[in-house]
Write a protein that binds this ligand. Structure first.
Ligand code: BTN
Length: 266
């Protein structure tokens, strides 16, 4: 038996509230170093696509670019999902856009908080970060084996739950809406949306996902700062390419298409 058992809605829970699909594949755990590792362990054991692990607390939650992810106990949705897409490894940045669009849709619908997507998949409210998403893939020489989509939504953190250095740059659903979020419910809604958009992506390709991403973006049309081999460059984020790259028109007149890395909104 796995350490990450599915304890979700067992027992007396009413039949009509019983989730289905990916929403039913959520496993709750108490404290882990990182749900990314827990989900990887499950993926290595053959867990099916859509299997998700949500922790009460992460002691070593991680973000992009080797940063730490603040994951206090009982305050957030710290969750990782196993994906097994049959796509070439170089298309995984498209899953990054997909995950951002799915989480943003679920948050807007379930909580009414109008989060917007900063490229590639940070969710911001009034310039402060509400949610971060980290995709990590495991590939064989023959192709992609699995991808773990790690989602960190700061749900019920109050200002004082943030360390001083994050207080101005981080926000939460509680801070933005004044209401506590039922975390399991939102986690299930996120998984449902992710499952739906993932199905759309596998059937129809990136176009409908890119359209949704663009609609929810707080990046397109904005002045941005990007890192280039020649140093920092300013420009304007113009649109997404058909393959998901972010087209930036630089102030030096060059056009650049980004597939990875980070930008700053200025
Ligand atoms: C980022 O914005 O840098 C990405 C943050 C991703 C955080 C989530 S929380 C659940 C999962 N487990 C982790 O250790 N990280 C991701």
């Amino acid at each position: 038996m796995s350490r990450y058992e599915n304890t979700f809605f067992q027992g007396e829970e009413a039949e009509e509230r019983r989730p289905s699909g990916w929403a039913a594949m959520l496993r709750r755990v108490d404290t882990v170093v990182s749900t990314q590792e827990a989900a990887k362990e499950l993926a290595e054991q053959g867990a099916p696509e859509g299997t998700a692990v949500m922790a009460e607390e992460q002691t070593g939650g991680r973000g992009r670019q080797g940063r730490r992810w603040h994951s206090p106990k009982g305050k957030g949705i710290w969750m990782s999902v196993v994906l097994r897409p049959s796509i070439p490894l170089q298309l995984t940045p498209q899953l990054t856009l997909l995950a951002g669009a799915a989480v943003c849709s679920a948050i807007r619908r379930e909580t009414g908080v109008e989060a917007g997507i900063k490229w590639p998949n940070d969710l911001l409210v009034n310039g402060r970060k509400l949610c971060g998403i980290l995709l990590e893939s495991c590939a064989w020489p023959s192709g992609l084996q699995y991808t773990i989509a790690g989602i960190g939504i700061s749900a019920n953190l109050a200002e004082e739950d943030y360390p001083e250095e994050l207080r101005k740059i981080g926000t939460s659903l509680l801070i933005e809406s004044g209401r506590e979020t039922e975390r399991e419910e939102l986690a299930r809604a996120v998984l449902k949306e992710l499952e739906t958009l993932y199905g759309v992506y596998l059937e129809q390709g990136l176009d409908p996902i890119a359209a949704l991403w663009s609609e929810q973006s707080v990046t397109l049309g904005r002045r941005v700062m990007l890192r280039t081999p020649e140093g920092p460059q300013e420009g304007t984020a113009v649109r997404l390419e058909e393959d998901g790259g972010l087209v930036v028109l630089r102030t030096d007149g060059e056009t650049e298409t980004l597939y990875a890395g980070e930008i700053a909104l200025i």
